[in-house]
Design a binder for this molecule. Structure first.
Ligand SMILES: [Zn+2]
Length: 266
């Protein structure tokens, strides 16, 4: 267990992450996968920045009541409230349509992410791994953009991919059967020895993550109800990250052209 959680609650380890930039696909991804990390980094005095590729405007089972023109601003507000609960005050939107990241111009998207990484002088980039956590195509595309951008960024930031461990997956097998967020087999998972950074939240730290998740009510309220409060709390308490090599192979590849700037909202 110490190996699995070797950086748990370690302020020096969090400080060494420096300026942390999370790059995610939809509002709520950042809260599920890194709220604890972001809060710990803010508390340690690190600069924390969040980038979100889409407004998540199609993230509803009731599009008649929540058409994209109404859901997009609602999810913007949810994201700002969620980040505020964690003390994160610098955020950038990329201009992509929810569900369409795989058909976006990946060269342009990668340049926009790299521009943010360079502008804020990122030391650590946190994003999806190749599995996209849930397998969502937007997650996979955005993780790829961030991974390539990290390889091109001037400061050569450390790259962490969000992950789950085999033990975590096994401990939630019944829950995943009951509420199939990941499909019947659960998420892809890694051995404990592969985990570079992990947090197990409890007490006030877990309360804070819950506040950040509850702020994304359009996405989280039904799931919380389906799982039950205690099961949901246990389900979101652990955060795992694996060390990922930034993608150097595409360092010179994607053609030329000025990227439209990501829009910053402080
Ligand atoms: Zn998502």
């Amino acid at each position: 267990m110490p190996r699995l959680l070797r950086n748990f609650d370690s302020v020096p380890a969090v400080r060494r992450l420096g300026t942390v930039v999370g790059v995610w696909a939809h509002p709520d991804d950042e809260a599920y996968l890194s709220a604890g990390l972001m809060a710990a980094a803010v508390d340690a005095g690190n600069h924390v920045v969040c980038v979100t590729a889409t407004r998540g405007e199609h993230g509803t089972s009731d599009p008649a009541r929540w058409p994209p023109r109404r859901l997009a601003p609602a999810r913007e507000r949810e994201l700002y409230a969620s980040l505020a609960a964690l003390g994160v005050h610098q955020h950038f939107w990329l201009p992509y349509e929810d569900g369409c990241c795989t058909t976006a111009d990946s060269a342009e998207a990668t340049r926009m992410v790299q521009q943010v990484l360079d502008d804020v002088r990122a030391d650590t980039v946190v994003t999806f791994g190749p599995d996209g956590m849930t397998g969502h195509p937007d997650h996979i595309a955005v993780g790829r953009w961030a991974t390539v951008a990290a390889g091109r960024a001037r400061r050569r930031p450390r790259l962490l991919h969000a992950a789950k461990t085999i033990a975590w997956r096994e401990s939630h097998t019944d829950l995943h059967r009951r509420v199939p967020v990941f499909g019947p087999d659960g998420p892809q998972a890694v051995e404990p020895s592969e985990v570079a950074f992990a947090l197990r939240l409890c007490g006030a730290a877990l309360d804070r993550k819950m506040t950040a998740l509850i702020a994304h009510a359009s996405q989280t309220a039904d799931l919380m109800k389906a799982m039950g409060d205690a099961a949901y709390r246990g389900w979101v308490a652990d955060e795992y990250f694996v060390e990922a090599p930034p993608d150097w192979t595409a360092a010179n590849g994607d053609g030329e052209g000025a990227a439209a700037g990501a829009r910053e909202v402080r």
